[in-house]
Write a protein that binds this ligand. Structure first.
Ligand code: GDP
Ligand code: MG
Length: 381
């Protein structure tokens, strides 16, 4: 072969190799928009001394489990990429705009009775609840008088302090893990609140933290519910245990638990049905799902999913679930789609159960840990 052709061939091969490498190594757009999980964890890796189970504080996990589960120490993605993901402030923009507009409208010079009535009305419309809104406005009025505060901005700052104080900052908002073996989180709530979506988001977050995850399709009532869970399982990289449509949810949960245990998986997330029109059997069914798991192990969290857009109605439904199924934490979803973010406070005040997570969109990464101060800042800043 003439030497010129050999050289050209070699150059060609080298070019293909370089292009191939660039293609495979370049981060996808999706990667670039992901937040660095460890800078802003949804599920904080449990510190041994903080790990709490239904049986009370537990001992430290084994060194082996620690090394297997240890999250990477550095963010996976460059900081500048984080800016692409909407901030909590942006996610809550509907609630924030509503409150700030209403506050601005209420103030024209020194506040009078009308001003405070308008503030109270705004809080009620933000779904904080009538009694709480009245109490907050009484406090605000006193504080404003004492501190000679008169502008909407100053009152907004006072209101922010007041709201943060009303959330119970002593509540443990972390999610409980088993010290060893399989952790079980049960997810309950009315249909359409976002249970299955939340499970998909949680599974993805856990997988990113190097935990192995299985999903139990114990909503056997709703047509195609298990397929929906299957799609989330695929996205997150978690196996889904399912039976046929109409099967006994307790049996699915039992099989799924056996499956997770046999494979020594870290976390089992149990999806459940939430139909409302057959309420009593539903609560019995949830109790049974819990019982069959507790025959062999433990339920570490029973997370009640509440749709923020349902406002005070959602709260009434939630109370029944909370009473019936030993709820340990609340996931408040669809906060991105409502101006009624005040419902968060109403929920905690009424149910006395910590909000642990919030849903802020339909995508797999749209879940955040709930922190009262961060939340109120995003709502009122
Ligand atoms: N905007 C928004 N939509 C959500 C959120 N969580 C769930 N959804 C949507 O709510 C609908 C019902 O969710 P699904 O998970 O099927 O509810 P389930 O019946 O409780 O399992 C779906 O269209 C989801 O995309 C959220 O945080 N924000
Ligand atoms: Mg569902």
């Amino acid at each position: 072969m003439p030497e010129g052709i050999v050289t050209e061939l070699l150059i060609g091969v080298a070019l293909v190799a370089i292009l191939g490498a660039v293609f495979f190594l370049a981060p996808t757009r999706r990667d670039r928009t992901r937040r660095p999980k460890d800078a802003d964890p949804v599920i904080a890796p449990p510190k041994p001394e903080e790990t709490v189970t239904a049986e009370g504080p537990t001992t430290a996990p084994t060194a082996e489990a620690d090394s297997r589960r240890a999250p990477p120490t550095a963010p996976e993605f460059p900081q500048d990429a984080v800016a692409e993901r909407p901030s909590l402030r942006e996610r809550l923009s509907r609630s924030r705009k509503f409150l700030s507009d209403r506050l601005a409208d209420a103030f024209h010079g020194a506040p009078d009775d009308d001003t405070w009535d308008d503030v109270e009305a705004a809080l009620i419309q933000a779904d904080i609840g009538v009694d709480l809104a009245t109490k907050i406005v009484d406090d605000l009025r006193d504080k404003a008088r004492q501190r000679r505060v008169a502008s909407a901005d100053d009152v907004r700052a006072l209101l922010a302090d007041e709201l943060v104080e009303l959330f119970d900052t002593d509540l443990d908002r972390g999610l409980a893990f088993a010290p060893t073996g399989t952790t079980v989180w049960l997810v309950v709530g009315v249909n359409g609140t976002g249970k299955t979506t939340t499970i998909g988001k949680l599974a993805k977050d856990l997988k990113e933290r190097n935990r192995t995850v299985a999903l139990a399709a114990a909503d056997t009532f709703r047509a195609a519910a298990d397929e929906q869970l299957g799609v989330w399982g695929e996205r997150a990289g978690a196996e889904v245990v399912r039976h046929q449509h109409g099967a006994d949810p307790g049996a699915v949960a039992y099989d799924a638990y056996k499956f997770a245990r046999a494979r020594n998986l870290d976390v089992l997330l149990v999806d459940t049905a939430g139909r409302l029109h057959t309420k009593t059997p539903l609560m019995d069914e949830l109790a049974k799902v819990r019982r069959v798991i507790e025959k062999e192990g433990q339920v570490h969290e029973a997370l009640l999913v509440i749709d923020a857009t349902a406002g005070q109605n959602g709260l009434t439904q939630a109370r029944e679930f909370a009473e019936a199924s030993g709820v340990t934490g609340i996931v408040l979803t669809k906060l991105d789609g409502t101006a009624k973010g005040g419902i968060a406070l109403a929920i905690e005040q009424t149910l006395r159960i910590p909000i642990k997570l919030i849903g802020v969109g339909e995508a797999i990464d749209d879940i955040e840990p709930f922190d009262p101060k961060t939340f109120v800042d995003a709502l009122l800043s």
